[in-house]
Design a protein around this ligand. Structure first.
Ligand SMILES: O=C(O)[C@H](O)[C@@H](O)[C@H](O)[C@H](O)COP(=O)(O)O
Length: 235
C-alpha cells in the first residue's frame, strides 16, 4: 500500500536543516543503540549542504555509522562536481569525521569499466538502511533517475536485485552511478529534502497521476512502504 507522504514545511532553510539533522541523528542513534551500527545514504547536489553541516555537529557515535551516497557523478573527488567531495567537505568533518564513508567513484574512465566492483561494493551494504535522504531536480528526477535516461527502467524496477545502476542522460552531464529503487526505499527513515517554490510545484505535480518516466521521483512516491516518506520543504 502506498501511504501519502508526511509533509513538513519550515520557515527557512536553516530551520529545516536543524530539524532534519535532529531527526536523522535520532534515527542513527537509535540504530546504534539497538544494533551497534547505522547506515546513512545521502544525496549530492547543493541543497543538502546546510543540513549536512548541522548533522556533522550532532554528537552521536559516528564511529558506528557507515555513510554512503544515493548517487554519484562519475568524476574524481578533485572535481568540483563530485558528490563524494561535497559530503566529505560538509558532513565528514568534526564529530562525523569518524564515520566510515563508502563512495562510488573508482579510478576508471567509465563506470561500465568497473561495474562488477561497484555491484559487489554495494551488495555488501547492510539492508535496510537506517536513513536515506533524497533530493529532487526541477525536472522531477531524484537520485540519478533522470527523465529520458538510458537504463532508467532498470534503475527504478521495484523487483531488481541489482544494487546500483549505471545511468547516462542528457541532463545528467556526466555518466552516473545510482542506487536502484529497492535499495533507496528499503530504509527505515526515508526523507525527500526540497527547497524553493519551483521544486514545491514539481513535487505537487509528481503526486498527480502520470507516467513515471516523465517524473521519475514518482517511482519513490509510489513505492509501497510500511513507513511514511517524510518530505522536508522550506521556501
Ligand atoms: O547528484 C545529484 O545531483 C543528486 O544526487 C541529485 O539527485 C540531486 O538531489 C538533485 O539533482 C537536486 O540537486 P540540487 O540540490 O543541487 O538542486
Amino acid at each position: 500500500m502506498t501511504l501519502s507522504p508526511a509533509f513538513h514545511s519550515y520557515g527557512s532553510s536553516e530551520d529545516l536543516a536543524e530539524a532534519l539533522a535532529a531527526g536523522v541523528a535520532a534515527v542513527l542513534a537509535g540504530a546504534i543503540a539497538t544494533r551497534g551500527a547505522a547506515t546513512l545514504a545521502v544525496s549530492g547536489g547543493s541543497t543538502p549542504k546546510r543540513f549536512l553541516e548541522r548533522l556533522a555537529e550532532t554528537e552521536i557515535d559516528w564511529g558506528c555509522v557507515t555513510v554512503t551516497l544515493v548517487d554519484e557523478r562519475w568524476v574524481p573527488e578533485t572535481d568540483e562536481r563530485s558528490n563524494a567531495a561535497m559530503v566529505r567537505r560538509h558532513l565528514l568533518t568534526g564529530h562525523a569525521a569518524r564515520a566510515q564513508f563508502l563512495p562510488f567513484y573508482l579510478e576508471a574512465p567509465a563506470p561500465e569499466d568497473v561495474a562488477d566492483e561497484l555491484r559487489m561494493r554495494f551488495l555488501r551494504l547492510a539492508r535496510p538502511f537506517d536513513v536515506t535522504v533524497l533530493g529532487m531536480g526541477a525536472d522531477g528526477h531524484t537520485a540519478s533517475f533522470f527523465p529520458g535516461a538510458d537504463h532508467l527502467d532498470r534503475a527504478i524496477d521495484p523487483d531488481t536485485d541489482e544494487p546500483v545502476a549505471l545511468i547516462r542522460a542528457p541532463a545528467a552531464v556526466e555518466p552516473r552511478v545510482t542506487l536502484t529503487l529497492p535499495l533507496i526505499v528499503d530504509t527505515r527513515f526515508l526523507a525527500l529534502h526540497i527547497e524553493g517554490d519551483e521544486k514545491l510545484a514539481v513535487y505537487e505535480a509528481a503526486l498527480q497521476p502520470g507516467p513515471v518516466d516523465k517524473m521519475p521521483v514518482r517511482a519513490v512516491l509510489r513505492a509501497p512502504r510500511d513507513e511514511l516518506l517524510a518530505v522536508f520543504w522550506a521556501p
